[in-house]
Design a protein around this ligand. Structure first.
Ligand SMILES: [Zn+2]
Length: 122
């Protein structure tokens, strides 16, 4: 067991579901299988989440992760989100709802985050 916050665990589950939807639709994979490219992308996304400075206060990956991704991974995550986002509602409605809720009213930048944290510690 790691010390990982549930927020990050859920975010990992969300990105994993999204990458699977995308890969199945684009690379003819099925079930739990992912093509090598998407496997690499998902492990990259997980690494970014582990290093995310926002941790439990982070916004959704679509709004936040794109800022910390390398340019080529950023392009990929945008494609994945655009394709899998609407489909996730049918696929995993509860995850999609959590995702929409998590995206609301959260700091989007490190500067905003620090300000938000200072206000909430008072
Ligand atoms: Zn793929």
């Amino acid at each position: 067991m790691s010390m990982q916050h549930p927020r990050i665990t859920r975010e990992k589950k969300t990105i994993s579901v999204m990458v699977h939807i995308y890969c199945h639709g684009h690379h003819q994979t099925k079930g739990d299988a992912l093509c090598p490219e998407c496997t690499e992308f998902l492990s990259y996304a997980f690494t970014r989440l582990d290093k995310c400075p926002f941790q439990e206060h982070k916004s959704t990956c679509g709004k936040c992760l794109v800022h910390c991704y390398q340019p080529e991974m950023r392009e990929k995550v945008k494609k994945v989100m655009r394709y899998a986002g609407p489909r996730m509602l049918l696929h995993s409605p509860s995850l999609a709802l959590h995702h929409a809720f998590d995206g609301r009213k959260k700091p989007q930048t490190i500067a905003e985050f620090k300000k938000w944290k200072a206000q909430n510690q008072a």
